[in-house]
Design a protein. Sequence first.
Length: 543
Amino acid sequence: MSAELEPREAMEFDVLVVGAGPGGLSAAIRLKQLNPELSVCVIEKGGEVGAHILSGCVLEPRALKELFPECDPGLIPLSVPVTEDRFSFLTEKKAYKLPTPPQMHNHGNYVVSLGNVVRWLGQQAEEAGVEIYPGFAAAEILIEDGVVKGVATGDMGVGKDGQPTGNFTRGIELRAQYTVFGEGCRGSLSKQLMKIFDLNANNDPQTYAIGIKELWEVKPEHFQAGLTLHSIGWPLKPDTYGGSAIYFLGENFMAYSFVIGLDYKNPFLSPFGEMQRYKTHPSIAPYFEGAKRISYGARALNEGGFQSLPKLTFPGGMLIGCAAGTLNVPKIKGTHTAMKSGMVAAEAIAASWSEKPAEVTAYPEMLKNSWLWPELHQVRNIRPGFAKFGLYGGLINAGLEAYITKGKSPWTLKNHADYKQLTPAASAEKIDYPKPDGKLTFDRLSSVFISNTNHEENQPAHLTLLDPSKAISVNWNEYRSPETRYCPAGVYEIVGEDTGSPKLQINAQNCVHCKTCDIKDPTQNINWVVPEGAGGPNYPGGM
């Protein structure tokens, strides 16, 4: 902007938490439990706490009960105890029951809406004296003399030309002694911190998946409270990691999720297309009979696990939860680990508060002495086993790790960067996806509509190309624009192909903030940053 701007207003806190997810809210609550005198603030880019939260989700209540020993997870809205686990291998027409892997046993766990869990945690945090500011999108890290001093929100009312409009509002600085980054998977500021402080110097590349979810209201006669169903196999090829989950929660709600590892090779694969096709399987379609789809969303997931954990601290702050990559992939659970990492971070800050060191180095050491560290270490070889050996070899490796070595193998398999895995379109098999019927299967735009996604139209795009020429010279010419298929929201579109002049069109207003494009682009040319204010999806209870 050419006009000189007024200085930003500043707010001061002892501790600032970026992100009102389960990890961030647990950190804030634990800080207040340990030192009620600390001023603690949580900021959240969603319009309300829980608006951008998306997950399966089966909750292992271990961390929740440590944070609130008297808590009954069944009191959280829509949560129900798991009553039965089923695990299947699918071929195109058949389903074969398999023994449920030990990591996926859910006795004592709860099917929940993670959005409702964090809404409940937000209430507990406010009652404890935590200040929570939804609609505050952290757009900039404040770094002074090599120390993180907080974050700043973006300016509001900036037009697409970069100039202030009539409703221009200056961003706000939120400053703190320590800033805890709990942005979730592939957080935009966390990504910057990893580069600035070289936090990935000694770990494997992080690897990811995309999880796409639909919430359905089913007929009462089809509702089976607490039932969890997982499957592997069809419609995915054996060289592509992924699977499905169907959970019954609340009153007549069925949550359906499909996950695909973003290390897939075929540029013609559409995660959304595979997710829709799965529902047509003869053993699966009956669950959707007479049901009504009421919401949709998508989110990237960390899958690197133990060997991809970055350095967790830096001067002035730390990473927690999925911003750090604490998801337990074989369990298909990350809420309990995110909460535990936030709680341990809070305990480390509280223990060192009188000295106020620039970097709270006690945090990773305390985390290593908690149950989280050995839990992730024990399953470290299972997800990369599928990447190395494919589906069938991965299952054999998973059985070896689970039943024979019990996670104590003398080796650690490596992870690889997802964006390097695509094969050129010329050598890849094209995939034809069935036309949606509008009852069981749907198109992307009608799906985005029920995600309640909204972005102010006259604002700079929050999805940018570092080198616009690569959209055609690389992505189109070599891979036939995989972004038009891996995006679950129809953000990326090639226009002009019929005239021989293909051009990439970015429909940023459709973005559901899944971060897949930021991860999977073959040259890392797409950069995702936070949009203005509370832009993005607005997921209801149940998602």
